[in-house]
Design a protein. Structure first.
Length: 387
């Protein structure tokens, strides 16, 4: 009998699927679990298309396009996420993280919710400022983001409807259209204005493509970083010695963040569709099939990662697939890494030790795409002896 996937601990299911059903048809789609197969699905855009039909929220963004249009759009938007552009944000990200932790300290409770107090607001503020979104609209931003990512879950859809009304998606599109129209009339020093003005090979982004990119940035810029930060604290809570070591040598944080990305990948799966019959050993996936590439399973594949179920903060090499692979490798990866490094560094510097409040049960996020928890209360320790 096949194991069931647990949202908080999917890894036993991944182990079974890699070993016994590495390429299998379930629920109307094909699923692949091994590292090499997942990498192939994510990389071979000719056989595994990202093109989405219909009018879904990401249908007009680069994540849903194939070459040649994908190449043109990616060239247009890459300028916003070059290492130099991201490095220029370091001071502002550090200031935001400090403000959020100052607010925690001002409460004087010795506790905080890593998600609500740090991991959730930090990327929302950063992305909102990049796009030029007013401060008053940030909360709507986050609700939209959650609803899109967890849109297949009845609870998330109900929450979005309760918070924003039945036509929340139409209102979101209208909001971005209004922002774009305003920037076309009066450009500002923000990402939307830069994308409107950008041109490659004599072409610019269409209005629909601009909206699609705003939605993609809203989702990817918020959800990935929020869950990366939360998952990092979960990992370090399980490894107090690693927490102390990183506090003493913060220059090791980037390698530890890469291990968090592998060990508890914020994005667990990606979808593709086959353009032709594709063979994986003795199994052939027919043309026109949906394929789910299980990144979370690939990143625990023992054929690629020795001792894959152990968190090794300085693991090398670490060729995880947490940000995808190939032409659709996550544009925002440098920003997510920088936000995580700065926020975790600030947390480590302030608190010699912290412990998850074990009296509060962990609640997983809905759906199979993202991995994280809804809340993560921790007890803050002023000295290591308090831990």
């Amino acid at each position: 009998m096949m194991l069931q996937r647990s949202p908080l601990d999917p890894y036993p299911w991944y182990d079974e699927m890699r070993a016994r059903h590495p390429v299998v048809q379930l629920g109307g789609a094909w699923h692949v679990f091994r590292y090499d197969d997942v990498q192939r699905v994510l990389s071979d855009y000719a056989a595994f298309s990202s093109q989405r039909g219909g009018g879904g929220p990401l249908a007009s963004s680069i994540i849903s396009l194939d070459p040649p249009r994908h190449r043109q759009l990616r060239t247009l938007v890459t300028q916003a996420f070059t290492p130099r552009a991201v490095a220029q944000l370091e001071g502002r990200i550090a200031a935001i993280a400090a403000e959020l932790l100052d607010a925690v300290a001002a409460r004087g409770t010795g506790t905080m919710d890593i998600i609500a107090d740090l991991a959730y607001p930090l990327p929302v503020i950063v992305i909102a400022e990049l796009l030029g979104v007013p401060t008053a609209d940030r909360e709507r931003f986050k609700v939209w983001s959650d609803a899109i990512v967890q849109g297949g879950q009845a609870e998330a859809a109900a929450q979005a409807t309760a918070a924003l009304g039945a036509d929340w998606f139409g209102e979101m599109v209208a909001y971005f259209n209004a922002m774009i129209a305003q920037r076309q009339r009066a450009p500002q020093d923000d990402l939307i204005s830069a994308l409107i003005a950008a041109e490659v090979e004599g072409q610019r982004l269409t209005a629909q493509e601009l909206v699609g990119f705003c939605i993609l940035l809203l989702v990817a810029g918020n959800e990935t970083t929020t869950n990366l930060l939360g998952n990092a604290v979960l990992c370090l809570d399980e490894q107090p010695a690693t927490y102390r070591a990183l506090r003493a040598t913060p220059e090791r944080l980037p390698a530890a963040i890469e291990e968090v990305l592998r060990y508890r990948s914020p994005v667990q799966s990606m979808f593709r569709s086959t353009t032709q019959d594709v063979a994986f050993g003795d199994v052939t996936i027919p043309a026109g099939s949906w394929v789910v590439a299980w990144i979370g399973a690939a990143n625990r594949d023992p054929a690629q990662f020795p001792d894959p179920d152990r968190f090794i903060s300085d693991r090398a090499p670490n060729r995880h697939l947490a940000f995808g692979h190939g032409i659709h490798f996550c544009l925002g990866a440098p920003l997510a890494r920088q936000e995580a490094r700065i926020a975790l560094g600030a947390l480590l510097a302030r608190y010699p030790a912290l412990r998850r409040d074990a009296t509060v049960a962990l609640e997983p996020l809905g759906g199979n795409i993202v991995y994280g928890v809804q809340r993560l209360p921790v007890i803050l320790r002023s000295t290591e002896n308090d831990a």
